[in-house]
Design a binder for this molecule. Structure first.
Ligand code: SAH
Length: 236
């Protein structure tokens, strides 16, 4: 941890060109903090990919939080974004992105656009992102923030049903807690695809699941860790 902090400090000292971004230093400090947390053994399911942290170092989280939360934009915790919703904790974004394994050219579906931050992280990885948000003002705001990404398409709607016209997807990431795995999402996952979703009661903690569909269409579900997400709403 001390080495990561030192690396971050050296980095600051050597990068005068970036001093114009007042958030560059706190962003680097956050990435260093995540790096320190990320050191699980190679096979661990809670491991964080170093490529994901490089990508997160490029995404300005402060542009995805409300003005009154700006001072906290680079703290490793969820923040309120209005309408009773939250932008996820950076550690959880890093972990879910690692589990999704975004690659250039892949198609990824996100349920719960929220602030747009997770979609931006996926898009920075080079994947083609489709993201659905059920709360209209949040969807509109996120679409505005994400307009610079040509590889992101957003829409307002109930993500429980997925995005049939754009299916199938290499990966699907659900950033709101479901009581069970929505069958339409499993159906829209390619063979060999990965679905990352928090499942459980909306009042207590849920379990983050990694659901993998093999080439024959068989499904294997693994429990990753206890998490706490806002509930997946909608009429289903
Ligand atoms: N990925 C977001 C996290 C937002 S929190 C981010 O990076 O900021 C979860 C979001 O899921 C909320 O904005 C909530 O409105 C949305 N949501 C809840 N139920 C939904 C549903 N059925 N379809 C689409 N979005 C939904």
């Amino acid at each position: 941890m001390r080495y990561a902090a030192l690396a971050a400090l050296l980095c600051c000292a050597l990068a005068p060109a970036q001093t114009r971004d007042p958030y560059a230093a706190p962003r680097r400090a956050l990435i260093a903090e995540l790096q320190a947390e990320a050191r699980g053994d190679a096979g661990s399911l809670t491991r964080i990919d170093s490529d994901v942290l490089v990508v997160m170092g490029r995404v300005p989280r402060h542009l995805y939080v409300p003005k009154d939360e700006l001072a906290h934009a680079y703290e490793n915790r969820p923040l309120a974004i209005g309408h009773g919703q939250t932008i996820s904790q950076p550690y959880i974004v890093a972990l879910m992105t690692t589990l999704v394994q975004p690659r250039a050219g892949q198609r990824i579906l996100e349920i719960g656009t929220g602030s747009g931050y997770q979609a931006a992280v996926l898009a920075e990885s080079g994947a083609s992102v489709h993201s659905i948000e059920i709360i209209e003002p949040l969807a509109a705001q996120a679409a505005q923030r994400l307009r610079g990404y040509r590889n992101v398409v957003t829409r307002t709607g109930d993500g429980y049903y997925g995005w049939k016209d754009a299916a199938p997807f290499d990966s699907i990431i659900v950033t709101a807690a479901a009581s069970s795995i929505p069958p339409p999402l499993l159906a829209q996952l390619k063979p060999g695809g990965r679905l990352v979703i928090p499942v459980g009661s909306s009042f207590f903690t849920q379990t983050l699941l990694l659901v993998q569909k093999d080439a024959q269409g068989r499904v294997r579900t693994r429990q990753i860790l206890p998490v706490r997400f806002v509930p997946l709403t909608g009429g289903h």
